[in-house]
Write a protein that binds this ligand. Structure first.
Ligand SMILES: [Zn+2]
Length: 331
């Protein structure tokens, strides 16, 4: 990502209550109903392994052999965990006119269930590390341990645990391709000003979802959910379209002991795969993305340092356990 809008927004009054509550974890302990705490444990080492496997293919840039092999690996893992998998293939056009093969990977848990939720992340790597401190690296691809592999890794570990969790609803997983091919600084101004050069796979998926009248209860997008020190805040579009989902996930994080990762604060407006999910597919979807209004995206973002050694199993656990908690509470 991401075309970042540096607009700030005010926390609605209804959220101040949640925000104040969430910032006092010790005082909050008494408010947790222990009978609701999810007993299924998200294994952070397993999630870390899923990220490592993806990075082992090398940068998964659109159209590359590594992208294809990694996609096949991801599908095989979902299938191994008993999910029904399929591929949504198309061709999209990048900002530079390049025709790019695009394979969105789909996996369904309990495909027969009418009531569903959707989890999503992108699995492609950015072809250009244009934020690298060394300009000689700007046209090298990003390994995308955090900005790509981490979200899929969390989803795979959630999927591995679904049989034990036995949620009351069906769960759909979508791994988007061609998220991170957006225009770099050397692109023509028109392309740089066009936020739609990112998220090409999710734009296609969202149009198909709308055409098929796909109506899950809500969606949660994961992006940069594994970096050491990453924290998550209320992102603007998420609050605009799916505020109740955000509030519930932040509360689930409190139950999961992850409230130091989920900060009840303003997270700016970020164009990411959740935007077409909201505006094209009409699915209320939030973005769980590492962003700090003071420091911006993580230091390794779109650099050659987005590597496995900057991932932390504790971050993966915080996100994964919060998701299991949330799914366990869906009735
Ligand atoms: Zn990115």
């Amino acid at each position: 990502m991401k075309f970042l809008h540096l607009l700030s927004w005010l926390l609605p009054a209804t959220l101040c209550f949640t925000a104040c509550k969430s910032s006092k974890s010790s005082a909050d302990a008494a408010a947790i109903d222990s009978s609701l705490v999810c007993r299924v444990v998200f294994n952070a080492d397993s999630a870390y392994h899923f990220a490592q496997k993806q990075c082992g293919f090398g940068p998964r840039t659109p159209g590359s052999a590594a992208n294809k092999s990694c996609g096949d690996y991801i599908l095989s893992q979902f299938a191994h965990f008993g999910l029904t998998t399929s591929v949504q293939a198309t061709t999209v056009t990048g900002w530079d006119g390049t025709k790019l093969p695009c394979r969105n990977l789909l996996a369904q848990y309990r495909p027969e269930a009418k009531e569903r939720v959707v989890l999503a992340a992108h699995y492609d790597s950015r072809p250009w590390a244009e934020q690298d401190a060394d300009s000689a690296n700007h046209r090298l691809p990003v390994l995308a341990a955090d900005d790509g592999a981490s979200g899929v890794a969390v989803m795979l570990e959630v999927a591995r645990n679904l049989a034990a969790l036995n949620p009351a609803i069906g769960v759909d997983f979508v791994c988007f391709d061609v998220e991170d091919y957006g225009a770099p600084y050397w692109a023509p101004e028109e392309a740089r000003n066009n936020e739609n050069t990112f998220c090409l796979g999710s734009q296609y998926w969202s149009a198909q979802a709308a055409a098929q009248n796909y109506r899950p209860r809500f969606g949660i997008l994961l992006d940069m959910v594994g970096g050491r020190g990453n924290q998550f805040r209320f992102e603007g579009y998420s609050m605009k379209y799916a505020q109740s989902v955000a509030v519930r996930l932040w509360d689930a994080a409190r139950y999961a002991g992850a409230d130091n990762f989920f900060v009840a604060d303003n997270g700016g407006f970020i164009t990411d795969d959740h935007l077409p999910m909201n505006t094209i597919a009409g699915i209320p979807t939030i973005d769980v993305i590492a962003y700090n209004p003071d420091g911006g995206f993580p230091a390794h973002w779109h650099t050659t340092h987005d590597t496995m050694d900057n991932l932390d199993p504790a971050t993966l656990r915080a996100v994964g356990q919060s998701l299991l908690q949330l799914l366990s509470q869906e009735k």
